[in-house]
Design a protein around this ligand. Structure first.
Ligand code: ZN
Length: 76
């Protein structure tokens, strides 16, 4: 899945066997971009943080992404 598909801001691709792994990779990448001060990622992260304020919305987002991930060929 790409950074964008996971709520980020660029087209970098992550490959993992489980959704938890890919979520972790995307989080690390997000932190790196945050440290670099990348404006697009900062914006995307702010939006994610807004989402996290509502646990229900966050869970729903997470489950939707998990489904998306599971639908992809070879779980990429
Ligand atoms: Zn990115």
């Amino acid at each position: 899945m790409t950074c964008k598909q996971l709520g980020g801001a660029c087209d970098i691709e992550f490959h993992a066997n489980t959704f938890e792994e890919i979520a972790e990779m995307s989080k690390k990448h997000g932190m790196q971009m945050f440290q670099k001060g990348d404006a697009n990622h900062l914006k995307a992260m702010n939006e994610m943080q807004e989402l996290m304020k509502a646990p229900d919305a966050m869970n729903e987002w997470f489950e939707n992404k998990r489904k998306e991930f599971n639908k992809l060929p070879e779980n990429k």
